[in-house]
Design a protein around this ligand. Structure first.
Ligand code: NAD
Length: 248
């Protein structure tokens, strides 16, 4: 049987990029997946792709900035065996460039949203005595300072702290909590960041140059690690770098 047979998985920000690849990878591993995002059109296309493959992916519009909406979706579709907190946003700028409103937004989406979903999902996992929570951090975090990414790096470091904190509190109750720390991964928002720099080819070459493996990662490579962490039974509180050698 498949490794995630009869498991229920909740994924945030699964309309595109790593979240979408992961929703599909969880379903291909046998899980029944609730795939959420704010982008309804992206969810419709995910739903069509999953249906064509015969995968169990139910889509729900969910803005993880909203407490009540998170609680409602979990009440209606839970309990879950696996939670993948994938939503996150990249702001550019140094500590001097960083607007307070951008820092507030980064904390709300990159950190507080994970706290919202964990609060909604964790009681059901504790009741089962089993659960895996996967939080999307980044190499740009407590692992590595990356130029011009202050709000992002601060909040992704907080994701690692959150991961370790929840892991420490619930390790004896069958709950595992781990963070994924990717390097540079080909995704729609990375494409936008490369275009926003003006000279697309030069920006792309610079992103590739910081990856010692000489290429960008794919969402599918990150999804494979998410599936592993969903099934892994002897690891918790860890931050897993998957970064093309960036932190060697
Ligand atoms: P992306 O940035 O292209 O897509 C993000 C998705 O999040 C979109 O579908 C968007 O609609 C959704 N979203 C935005 N706000 C939301 C909200 N309030 N509620 C629910 N969904 C919302 O995807 P990506 O680049 O694969 O990034 C996914 C995660 O991986 C992020 O947390 C990001 O920080 C992290 N990450 C990405 C890279 C990379 O190089 N791409 C590297 C390290 C970490």
């Amino acid at each position: 049987s498949l490794p995630l047979q009869s498991k229920r998985v909740l994924v945030t920000a699964s309309g595109q990029g790593i979240g979408r690849a992961s929703a599909l990878a969880f379903a291909r591993s046998g899980a029944s997946v609730v795939a959420t995002d704010i982008n309804e059109g992206a969810l419709e296309s995910l739903s069509a792709e999953a249906k064509a493959e015969g995968l169990a992916v139910e889509t729900r519009v969910l803005d993880v900035l909203k407490d009540a909406a998170v609680a409602e979706v979990v009440a209606e579709t839970g309990p879950f065996d696996v939670l993948f907190n994938c939503a996150g946003f990249v702001h550019s700028g140094t500590v001097l460039d960083m607007a307070d409103k951008d820092l507030d937004f980064a904390f709300d989406l990159n950190v507080r949203a994970m706290i919202r979903t964990i609060r909604a999902v964790l009681p059901g996992m504790i009741a089962k005595g089993d659960g895996s929570i996967i939080n999307m951090a980044s190499v740009a975090s407590s692992m590595k300072g990356v130029p011009n990414r202050c709000a992002y790096t601060v909040t992704k470091a907080a994701v690692i702290g959150l991961t370790k904190s929840v892991a420490a509190d619930y390790v004896a109750q069958g709950i595992r909590v781990n963070a994924i720390c990717p390097g540079t991964v080909e995704s729609p928002s990375l494409q936008e960041r490369m275009k926003a720099q003006g000279d697309y080819e030069t920006a792309r070459a610079a992103f590739i140059a910081r990856q010692p493996m000489g290429r960008l990662g794919t969402p599918e490579e990150i999804a494979d690690l998410a599936v592993y962490l969903a099934t892994a039974t002897y690891t918790s509180g860890q931050a897993y770098a998957i970064d093309g050698g960036w932190t060697i």
